[in-house]
Ligand binder design. Structure first.
Ligand SMILES: NC(=O)C1=CN([C@@H]2O[C@H](COP(=O)(O)OP(=O)(O)OC[C@H]3O[C@@H](n4cnc5c(N)ncnc54)[C@H](OP(=O)(O)O)[C@@H]3O)[C@@H](O)[C@H]2O)C=CC1
Ligand SMILES: CC(C)(CO)C(=O)C(=O)O
Length: 306
């Protein structure tokens, strides 16, 4: 199966690199600077599961359809990414987005047709260093994918089989939208909490109301998921609350790390989308409102607003 991966950053570089190293037919669609880096150094991954240095087929434009396109850009690059992959999406192509959140599905469905767009979600901590090295930071590498409608089952199963040689054990979900909403719920809470407090989970738990704040935000986000037809399952909520209130935990969401580095963030795609859905459902989400306002003010400051 011919696979196209949009982006060779953290997610695309990690999973795409593992697939390329296994002998899969992988092409990366990247921009000029990354193409030069890949041509010079190859795709370099450091990981607790073993390091990889792999020659990578990289192009900066596409002329013909692929069998599957994996989308691994940040949400703020979605429009340019959609245009870049358009020539790769033919009548038989499926698109598997790996972004956090769910809002990107609307844009992809509108551009390519909902029958072509699968569901996916990844649970991993990877980052791309300035020299292009993909750093996998712990042993988590969960990759979940699946069909969003009955008509996609066969195509999704074929793609799943093509991803298996990568060695990261892709999971074929029977209800991928539920999985995406659960990840969205956890991430909006984790990002909102750590960004608004500018602190790790363990540091927030030192605050008198820290644990209550984490619980309140999780329950606000879970109520939005429920109003959208995907109430998070109890074991998932229990596990998330445990992670979000763990004393001594150094965990921070990537959105906080991006903020601390002065980078752009996906706050509109995660916190903004969650808050707008809350409003549409008539739900009160006061903690989420503060987290979103905090990130919008950060973005305004970055943009030079007075
Ligand atoms: N990193 C992580 O641990 C996790 C990330 N996610 C989610 O995965 C998504 C991707 O994150 P991540 O991999 O960290 O992001 P990165 O910024 O590391 O990688 C995204 C890559 O996409 C490339 N890109 C964007 N637009 C285009 C375009 N039009 N043409 C070609 N290349 C393009 C960027 O290229 P360029 O370098 O040229 O800008 C960049 O290298 C996000 O939604 C994130 O929330 C989910 C779970 C964990
Ligand atoms: C929570 C985590 C680490 C899971 O992959 C993530 O997606 C993020 O911090 O952005």
């Amino acid at each position: 199966m011919r696979l196209l991966i949009l982006g060779a950053g953290g997610i695309g570089g990690y999973y795409g690199g593992r697939l390329a190293a296994s002998g899969a037919d992988v092409t990366f669609l990247v921009r000029e600077r990354r193409a030069e880096q890949l041509a010079r150094d190859g795709l370099v991954i450091t990981s607790p599961y073993g390091d990889v240095t792999q020659k990578a087929a990289a192009v900066t434009a596409i002329a013909e359809p692929f069998d599957a396109v994996l989308l691994s850009c940040k949400a703020y690059d979605l429009d340019s990414a959609v245009e870049a992959i358009a020539p790769a999406v033919g009548p038989e192509t499926v698109v598997l987005p790996l972004l956090n959140g769910v809002r990107h599905l609307d844009a992809l469905d509108a551009r390519f047709g909902a029958d072509k767009v699968l569901g996916g979600s990844v649970h991993i901590m990877v980052t791309m260093a300035a020299d292009g090295t993909i750093r996998h930071l712990n042993r988590l590498q969960r990759f979940v994918m699946g069909a969003r409608s009955a008509g996609q089952q066969d195509a999704a199963a074929r793609l799943h089989a093509a991803l298996e040689p990568g060695g990261f054990r892709p999971e074929f979900s029977a209800d991928v939208m539920q999985d995406m909403w659960e990840k969205f719920t956890m991430l909006a809470t984790f990002a909102g909490l750590t960004c608004v407090m500018r602190a790790s989970v363990g540091q927030i738990m030192e605050a008198e109301e820290g644990e209550a704040l984490a619980g309140a935000l999780l329950s606000e986000c879970a109520s939005v998921a429920a109003a959208n037809g995907h109430p998070p399952r109890q074991p998932f909520l229990d596990q998330s609350l445990g992670m979000l209130t763990a004393k001594g935990s150094a965990a921070t969401a990537s959105m906080l790390r991006d903020t601390e580095n002065g980078f752009r963030t996906e706050h509109e795609h995660i916190l903004g989308d969650m808050r707008r859905r809350a409003r549409a459902a008539g739900l009160a989400t006061p903690v989420l409102a503060v987290a979103l306002a905090h990130m919008q003010a950060y973005a305004a400051r970055q943009a030079g607003a007075t």
